[in-house]
Design a protein around this ligand. Structure first.
Ligand SMILES: Cc1ncc(COP(=O)(O)O)c(C=O)c1O
Length: 367
C-alpha cells in the first residue's frame, strides 16, 4: 500500500457551459476535471492529480483493450438544501472496488487515497452538483490496465481515474414500474466466474440479451443462474427483491451477483422497520406460482442509478406475470422515499450512511 500523497491540482482555464438541469439524462455530460493516479509495479500508486477533463492517450497494446483487465464503481454525491454536499456510503464502494481488484488481479488502492481523491475532485467541481429534485452528481471511478504487452498475464501498470457526470431525475414524472424480460437463452455469469466483480466484461456479456429484450418492449433483463437456469440472480444493473406473503426475499450473494450497496441498505431499512427479510435462492417457478396464487405482492430492483425501480411485469417464456396491477407498490414507494430522503439530507440518517464532503479542504496547490 502506498502512503497518502498530496494531490496536485491543475485547474481548467476553459470551464464548460453547464447543461440545463431538466435535460441531464444519465452519463451524457462530464464535469470540468478528473482525477488520475498511476500504478507501476516498482513504484506503487503514484502521482495523484486532478487535471482538466480530457481524452487519455494509451498505447494500442495496453492490456485493457485486449484482455479486459478493468474494474469500475458508481456512486453519487447530493447537494442538500442547506448547501452541504453528501456522499452515500462511499466506504462501501471503496471496499467493493478493492474486492473487484482482487478478482481481476489489479493491485489494491488504499481507501484513504480514493476518499481523498473523491472529496477533492467534488470540491473542485462542486458547481456541477445539480440541485433540481431527483438530480445528483454521478461519480465513476475506474481502473484500467495500461501496460503495453500482449502476453496474457496481469498488467504491471495501471491508471485509476475518476470522472463525474451530473445526472437527471430517474423518474421525472414520479416512480414508474418497469417491464422486465426473464432471460432463458443467455447467461450473464456463473458461480466461480467474475459476476461478483464490477468489471466491464459482465456488462458486455449482457448487451445482446438486453438488445433483444428492448426490441420486445422490455426495459431490462432478469438473469437466471447459469447452471440450473432456474434461480433468479439480478437485473441489468440492479439487485432484485420480491415481497411474498408479507416477507421480502432477495437472492443470496451466491458469488455470481453483485453485492449491491443499495441492496444492503434496503435490507438494513427493512430490518429497522421490523419487516421480515430473507436472503435465499428464489426460483422463477416459485415466483410465477406466487404470482398466480396472489401471494406475490411486490417486486422491485435496487441500484445506485434508480435507487428503487418497481417491477410491474415479468415475461418468462412468453408468459406474462403482472405484479401489483402494474402499479408501484406501497413498500417500494416507502423505500424509495426514505432512501432518497436520507440521501438528500431531508430525512434523518439513523445508520450514518451519509458522509459530508468538507468543501474547504483543498490541497495548497489548488489555491
Ligand atoms: C450488475 C449490477 N447489479 C447490481 C447493481 C446495484 O448495485 P448498487 O446498489 O451498489 O448500485 C449494479 C450497479 O452498480 C450492477 O451493475
Amino acid at each position: 500500500m502506498t502512503e497518502p500523497q498530496e494531490i496536485q491540482i491543475e485547474r481548467s482555464v476553459n470551464l464548460k457551459a453547464k447543461p440545463p438541469q431538466d435535460q441531464l439524462g444519465f452519463g451524457i455530460y462530464y464535469t470540468d476535471h478528473m482525477f488520475i493516479i498511476n500504478y507501476h509495479v516498482e513504484l506503487g500508486w503514484h502521482q495523484p492529480r486532478i487535471v482538466p477533463y480530457q481524452p487519455i492517450a494509451l498505447d494500442p497494446a495496453a492490456k485493457v483493450f485486449h484482455y479486459g483487465q478493468t474494474i469500475f464503481e458508481g456512486l453519487k454525491a447530493y447537494r442538500a438544501e442547506n448547501g452541504r454536499v453528501l456522499l452515500f456510503r462511499p466506504h462501501k464502494n471503496i471496499e467493493r472496488l478493492n474486492r473487484s481488484n482482487v478478482r481481476m488481479c489489479v493491485p489494491q488502492i488504499d481507501e484513504s487515497i480514493v476518499l481523498d481523491a473523491l472529496k477533492q475532485l467534488i470540491t473542485v467541481d462542486q458547481d456541477w452538483i445539480p440541485t433540481l429534485e431527483g438530480t445528483s452528481l454521478y461519480i465513476r471511478p475506474f481502473v484500467i490496465a495500461t501496460q503495453p504487452a500482449l502476453g496474457v498475464a496481469p498488467s504491471t501498470e495501471y491508471q485509476f481515474i475518476i470522472i463525474m457526470s451530473p445526472v437527471g431525475a430517474y423518474y421525472p414524472e414520479g416512480v414508474n414500474p418497469v417491464k422486465i424480460f426473464v432471460e432463458s437463452d443467455y447467461v450473464r455469469t456463473v458461480v466461480g466466474g467474475v459476476g461478483e466483480a464490477k468489471t466491464a466484461g459482465n456488462y458486455a456479456a449482457g448487451l445482446r440479451a438486453q438488445e433483444i429484450a428492448k426490441d420486445q418492449g422490455y426495459s431490462q433483463v432478469l438473469w437466471l443462474d447459469g447452471v440450473h437456469r432456474k434461480y433468479v440472480e439480478e437485473v441489468g444493473s440492479m439487485n432484485v427483491f420480491f415481497k411474498i406473503n408479507g416477507t421480502v426475499y432477495t437472492p443470496e450473494l451466491s458469488g455470481s451477483i453483485l453485492n449491491g450497496i443499495t441492496r444492503n441498505s434496503i435490507i438494513q431499512l427493512l430490518r429497522y422497520w421490523n419487516i421480515p427479510v430473507e436472503e435465499r435462492a428464489i426460483s422463477i417457478d416459485e415466483l410465477y406460482e406466487a404470482g398466480k396464487d396472489g401471494s406475490l405482492q411486490e417486486a422491485f430492483g435496487t441500484g445506485t442509478a434508480a435507487v428503487i425501480s418497481p417491477i410491474g411485469e415479468l415475461n418468462w417464456h412468453n408468459e406474462k406475470l403482472i405484479i401489483q396491477d402494474g402499479q408501484t407498490g406501497e413498500l417500494s414507494k416507502m423505500l424509495y422515499d426514505t432512501l432518497t430522503g436520507i440521501q438528500k439530507g431531508t430525512l434523518q440518517d439513523p445508520f450514518e450512511w451519509m458522509i459530508d464532503v468538507p468543501l474547504h479542504l483543498l490541497t495548497p496547490t489548488a489555491k
